[in-house]
Each structure stands twice: as structure tokens, then as C-alpha cells.
Ligand binder design. Sequence first.
Ligand SMILES: C[S@@+](CC[C@H](N)C(=O)[O-])C[C@H]1O[C@@H](n2cnc3c(N)ncnc32)[C@H](O)[C@@H]1O
Length: 313
Amino acid sequence: MSNENQQPTPEVEQKPSSDKVSPFLSSPLPQGTPQGQQQTLQQGLTSTPTGSVPKYNLPRGANTGNVGETTHFGYQTVSSDDKAQKVAEVFHSVASKYDIMNDLMSFGIHRLWKRFAINMSGVRRGQHVLDIAGGTGDLAKVFSREVGPQGHVVLSDINESMLNVGRDRLIDAGCTNVDFVLANAETLEPFADNSFDLLTISFGLRNVTDKDAALQAMYRVLKPGGRLLVLEFSKPVFEPFSKLYDFYSFTALPIMGKLVANDAESYKYLAESIRMHPDQRTLKGMMENAGFQSCDYHNLTGGIVAVHRGFKL
Ligand SMILES: C[S@@+](CC[C@H](N)C(=O)[O-])C[C@H]1O[C@@H](n2cnc3c(N)ncnc32)[C@H](O)[C@@H]1O
């Protein structure tokens, strides 16, 4: 981790309208640091419908990343409380170099993966879209154009450094129908029930400590008839390919991270977190457990990445 992590992070500029409740928000936008946010949002967990959904369809021994007192941060076992802090440090550290690193690491292919997910979204003019863990706003920028002036997009993330980069970028691009909201995916507390036509979470879910809670929160804020898309690294389907992929991830990525972002550790975490993330079938089962229906997934680049889709009926 670079020393930048130790520096205080900039305040997120709150929009002047933050004390007025938008139709998509359950209350005025919360104020404060990401850590403060997390506390605020965790207190809101009671409003999330947990524990009532039957468990089914998970393969035996499935790694759901479920959390007790401990969980993983990459290959390390850490307390559940520490994971969120460590993930926050990773993204504070890489925020300014995040976009260029994405292009370098994936040889630009992440743009095609995102394009595929957008094509699966069925987004239409006038719709309300929430991009969760949206970071620097690749998806939100496209959705802003697709929904048009009658529609509305919320770019949300738990990390103010990432959200700042995304906000500046989208404002520069003239996206006037986008709001920027600090929110923990585990609760989505700022958002009212049944308020979005489309939810997306792109390369975000594996960083979330309690993925089941996050999927339940997503179900809560989605309108009946709406859909969720989860774009995430997954399990390659072709064994020889996965050996090469391992070599690339554990050797080349940290070196690139060191050279470009002066941060090898964060990119080592990236490689490890991908291996610890639930595989295709497990994630599909987790979505079904949260209440989503007609769930399916599509492997991209031989299963390095998968797009999962589910609906709220
Ligand atoms: C790899 S980036 C993905 C950014 C963007 N969605 C993309 O596809 O380029 C992961 C993002 O997840 C965010 N994140 C991690 N944990 C989160 C949580 N519990 N709630 C919301 N966002 C979270 C990070 O701050 C980071 O911006």
C-alpha cells in the first residue's frame, strides 16, 4: 500500500440539494467521511429485509464469501470490521490511477465487458438507474445518455476518492441527469424501497464484505419488473487458460501496479480477491436467495468475467 493511504482523504462535496429528499432517496443524503457513512449506514441495516429469504440452489461447499466474525481480504483472514477499512484504503490509494490501470491491465477489454453488460441492461429513455460501487462512472456515463433528460442516474460508491473522480469526469462530460451519492452497497440506506428500474454493480461485489446483505438491499431498492446486473470477475472455464491467467494475475499485475500507481499491494489484493469471489453458479444461487427471479449468467472471455442478471417480479 502506498503512503498516500495515510493522508486524510478529501471531503466529498455535498450537492447543495442534499437536504432535500429526492424521490429516490429514503432520507436526506448522509454527510461525513466514508467511515462515518459506514457507521450511519450500518445502523440502517434494520430497514433491510434480512433473514426471511429461503436458502436454496447453492452447490455443496459453495464459497459465498459469507461473513461471520472473520472474512477474507484477498487471501488474508481478517475481522469483518477490518475488511471494509482495508478495501477503503485500496481504493483511496488507486483512485487517481484507476482508469488508466484498468485499460493497461485488461488491454482495454474491460470496455467490451462493460458494453456487453450495458447491452444486457435493456435500459430505456426515462428510466431510473442506480450504479452501485460505480467508482469512476464508466457505466453511469453511458446510462446518463441512454435514459435521456427525462431519466435519472445515480452514481453511488462507498469511497469518496473514487466518487470524486467519477463526479468530476461526468460533470466534465456534461451529464446533467446524474446524482452522486456515498452509499454502502450492504444497506443502500440512502435509497427508498422500489425506486429504480435498473441496478448495476460492476467489479464491485467482490469487494463488499457481506454480499448476501448487499444483494438483499439491491432487491429492496429495485422496482417490481426491474433488473439487476452484476458484472464481476469469475471462474475461467478452460483449465490451461486459468494457469496462464494465474501467472499473469499474480506476477504481472503487481508489477504494473508498482510501476504505474506506485502500489503493488493493492493489485496483489485485486488478484487474490478475484480468486476468493464466488464462482458463477454460487453467485447465481446467492441472487436467487436474495429473491431475484429468472437469474442467469453469461461468461465473457472464457469465464474470466461473467455478467449475472436477475429480475424482481
Ligand atoms: C474495482 S472498482 C469498480 C468501479 C466501477 N464500477 C468500474 O466498473 O470501473 C470497485 C468499487 O467498489 C467500491 N466499493 C467497495 N466496497 C463497497 C461497498 N461496500 N459499497 C459500495 N461500494 C463499494 C470501491 O470503492 C470501488 O469504487
